[in-house]
Write a protein that binds this ligand. Structure first.
Ligand code: ZN
Length: 320
């Protein structure tokens, strides 16, 4: 048991289809986590808005109500999985759970839209157990602006005044700031204001695939200098051009590039399982060992341990 994967959308689909982590047949379920070698899984409460809300939920619910509904679903999923999976609120708890024979679940949120300029909601989400939050998804929200193929939108529109307040509060509470999906200007606002290491939970390298969801070399180095990590995303659209197929080789290529540009301390996995549509060469979470075997040709055992969990544990510990 040694993989900590920084992002998946499994909760939304269990919520939508009324499935448990035993009955869900997507990329992640309890059996697949066990087979694949999970130490901890970050489960995001993804808050779809606008078109995405209509697509996934058939309407546009109020983001705060949806957050509550997804949180209830998450708690039910955990209660039903209690013989295998336990929540972890700190790095130490992940190791404790592991020593007792349990996998860990880390609660995260994708999109700060539900804060609705109410800073005190961060106290609530922290008390609910949230330990990482993506500031935006693909739409503008009260915190800032998303990534965009339009260079002006992407590089000039940074955090909003409330975004800076939220950032400070997240630092204070110990909620990891996740910059995946954020605009480039927002990224640099985080880099210059965050007092703690931050994460891009599910992004790849822009030099290898020119997509605004991916990070430029300067962003990779900036994030590494701040002590953060990048969880390499398994979506073929961010990895390369294989027409809907995700190959292990492409994941390795991004990890190697990241190591060369930003150092081994910045590498992690951010699969985006259940949020990506490409056909996976390794099928689903249970295929993780295939990825690890491919890494052995390029990385030492110690480096593979860092990628799998060591780097993230360092960032998580630094939030305290
Ligand atoms: Zn995402």
């Amino acid at each position: 048991m040694n993989i900590i994967d920084l992002h998946c959308d499994t909760v939304l689909f269990c919520y939508k289809n009324r499935k448990t982590l035993r009955t869900y047949e997507g990329h992640i379920n309890l059996e697949k986590l066990q087979k694949g070698g999970c130490l901890a899984q970050c489960f995001a409460l993804f808050i779809p808005t606008h078109d995405a809300a209509v697509e996934y939920l058939g309407g546009e619910p109020d983001p705060w109500s949806l957050y509550q509904a997804l949180l209830s679903c998450y708690r039910e999923l955990l209660a039903d999985s209690a013989d295998v999976l336990r929540p972890a609120l700190s790095a130490a708890q992940i190791l404790e759970n592991s020593r007792s024979g349990f996998l860990s679940s880390i609660l995260t949120v994708e999109d700060g839209v539900e804060l609705d300029e109410k800073l005190e909601r961060l106290d609530t989400v922290y008390a609910d157990g949230v330990r990482m939050m993506a500031l935006t998804w693909n739409y503008e929200n009260c915190i800032g602006y998303p990534n965009s193929p339009d260079p002006f939108e992407h590089t000039r529109r940074g955090l909003k005044p409330f975004g800076f307040e939220a950032l400070e509060k997240m630092n204070e509470l110990g909620i990891i700031i996740d910059v995946s999906h954020l605009s480039e200007a927002g990224f640099f606002d985080v880099a210059s204001h965050s007092k703690k290491p931050f994460i891009a939970s599910h992004s790849c390298c822009r030099a290898l695939k020119d997509h605004s969801r991916n990070l430029t070399d300067t962003q990779l180095r900036t994030l590494a200098d701040a002590g953060g990590v990048v969880g390499v995303n398994f979506y073929d659209v961010f990895l390369g051009d294989r027409g809907g197929m995700t190959a292990v080789e492409d994941i390795v290529r991004h990890l190697l590039y990241l190591r060369d540009r930003a150092g081994i301390e910045s590498l992690a996995f951010g699969s985006d399982f259940d949020g990506i549509e490409s056909a996976l060469e390794f099928r689903d979470y249970s295929g993780f060992p295939q990825i690890l075997r491919a890494l052995e040709a390029h990385f030492t055992d110690d480096e593979i341990d860092r990628i799998c969990h060591g780097n993230f544990l360092r960032v998580f510990t630094a939030q305290e």
